[in-house]
Write a protein that binds this ligand. Structure first.
Ligand code: FAD
Length: 484
């Protein structure tokens, strides 16, 4: 990939001299910022992405390390329309790899009985030893529940009410740890799981009735449009997920500028004045008609504090959660239990400290050499914030202990790599919905167009970020002042 320096678009003279297009500055070249910029560019809007790091993608990062393909951030993405759309627009279909979800069973660890497959049929559910008979019968309560919560509630309160304590502890809480690294006791249902909240509303207080109504509506819609049911699948690319941001940066060409750290932003006579520290050429000042802040919330807050203090306040209330990711290349024969499927999660209170592990080498081909597999083990999260402080030796000892119990691993490894994220993922805490509504109100009321994009707003997955970026690009295009 070649990324020519952005001297043409970013030199203050060229920037001001070129009055032909509306001009937007996007700060942050993760998937959110890149998608915003790509949309804008396709609509003929002159856009520049300023990225502090030396490559596109933010937390998405794929590296070939000897015989292993390492994803330092996300490992896979759900094949949803937003993702498919980008893949098609970037002509990446040939590089895409997909695997149906049904071929990738998930597992849960239960103390005393070890790893068990998550049931995906009624028959399997009735037979699973993950729940007691009482825990299974408790699900029968939900269809008789009425009353939609008027106020924001925690994921834990929601789950205990609708599916019972056991199901919450065995399934919901580990899922929240696995996806959000979050704590369900403090996490907002409406903020983090808005689709779940919408189902309860649809079912007038019952999750079961809401889910059945949604299934029926989806079926009617498929019949009406003649669209077949598309089974869910997981996807990545031959060279890893990093291919997506790379392709976006390639499409943006000179408009993507790595090594450009934004230091401050000032609102000056209806325009944004941006001070940038360019790695190669030092301090640069530039202006833009509109601004998209696609950095983590803490950076957005620091940058906007003077220009838009009303927006800085909600941003300051979004904490980030630490997580440690360990990649282990292990001989397949080193485990008595085969690492087959998507991976496993560990509920708290079951004697293991790790949050779980992805069977990365089993999900997609080409991630590990012959006779070996690659495990991606997660530790820490909101329920174990101290884990980030473990030394490599301490962390590996925890992992070795836990994998010996869960996988029958003898500790032999051919590869190891540890990545620590002090600020891995935003916490969708109680008050999230109002916080984000306020942030967006403040942005709409600003004296020049500004919008926020990123994983702390309306969902943390790569697909959520893409969807949010499309919305933001549309809003900014509509808000751009017309130019003579
Ligand atoms: C370990 C891990 C595993 C994950 N696994 C999955 C998964 O399997 N599937 C999934 O869908 N999602 C997963 N996610 C979530 C998903 O990857 C992220 O939410 C998403 O990639 C965030 O993208 P973003 O563009 O919003 O933010 P980021 O990727 O954080 O991008 C922000 C960018 O802003 C730049 N920046 C910051 N400050 C400045 C500045 N002052 N000037 C210029 N640039 C600046 C940064 O360098 C960065 O490139 C995972 C996340 C993590 C951390």
């Amino acid at each position: 990939m070649s990324l020519a320096p952005l001297t043409r678009s970013l030199s203050p003279t060229a920037w001001d001299a070129d009055g032909e297009h509306h001009r937007v500055a996007v700060i942050g070249g993760g998937i959110s910022g890149l998608t915003c910029a790509f949309d804008l560019q396709r609509q003929g809007v002159d856009v520049a992405v300023l990225e502090a790091g030396d490559r596109p993608g933010g937390v998405i990062g794929s590296e070939r390390d000897g015989d292993y393909l390492i994803e330092t951030g996300p490992n896979s993405v759900l094949f949803k329309p937003e993702f498919r759309g980008l893949v098609e627009d970037l002509d990446l279909e040939g590089d895409l790899i997909r695997t149906p979800m049904r071929d990738q069973p998930r597992h849960i660890y239960k103390q005393g009985i070890g790893l068990q497959e998550v049931p995906t049929s009624l028959r399997a559910f009735l037979r699973t030893p993950l729940l007691s008979r009482g825990g299974k019968l408790r699900l029968l309560v939900d269809p008789f529940l009425f009353g939609v919560p008027r106020r924001e509630i925690t994921v834990a309160d929601f789950a205990r009410r609708h599916v019972g304590r056991e199901m919450f502890e065995m399934f919901i809480a580990p899922f929240i740890s696995g996806v959000y690294a979050g704590n369900p006791e403090t996490m907002s249902l409406q903020g983090a799981l808005p689709r779940m909240a919408a189902l309860v509303k649809r079912g007038r207080g019952s999750l079961t009735r809401g889910a059945i109504a949604k299934m029926r509506a989806d079926r009617r819609e498929r019949r009406r449009t003649g669209q077949p049911r598309v089974p869910s699948s997981l996807c990545s690319f031959d060279t890893g997920l990093g291919r997506l941001p790379e392709a976006l940066a390639e499409a943006l060409g000179d408009s993507f500028q790595p090594g450009a750290e934004v230091k401050s932003i000032v609102l000056d006579r209806g325009r944004w004045r941006i001070s940038v520290d360019m790695r190669d050429s030092g301090a640069v000042e530039m202006t833009s008609d509109a601004l998209i802040l696609a950095t983590p919330a803490s950076t957005a807050r620091a940058l906007i504090a003077d220009a838009l203090p009303g927006a800085a306040e909600p941003l300051a209330q979004i904490p980030y959660i630490p997580i440690t990711v360990a990649h282990l290349g292990v001989p397949s024969a080193s485990m008595t239990r085969e690492a087959r499927g998507f991976g496993f999660l560990v509920p708290r209170g079951h004697g293991l400290r790790i949050l779980g592990s992805l069977y990365t080498g089993a999900v997609f081909e080409g991630r590990a050499p012959e006779g070996h597999t690659l495990l991606t083990v997660f530790t820490g999260g909101a329920t174990d914030t101290e884990a980030i402080n473990l030394s490599d030796e301490e962390l590996l000892a925890v992992i070795e202990h836990d994998l010996r119990i869960a996988q029958g691993w003898n500790g032999k490894r051919a590869y190891e790599r540890i990545t620590r994220y002090e600020h891995a993922l935003p916490a969708y805490r109680m008050g999230h919905v109002e916080r984000i509504a306020r942030l967006e109100r403040e942005a709409r009321a600003a004296a020049a167009p500004i919008a926020f994009a990123g994983n702390y707003l309306h969902g943390i997955s790569v697909v959520d970020c893409i969807a949010q970026a499309h919305r933001v690009a549309g809003e900014i295009t509509a808000a751009l002042p017309t130019r003579e």
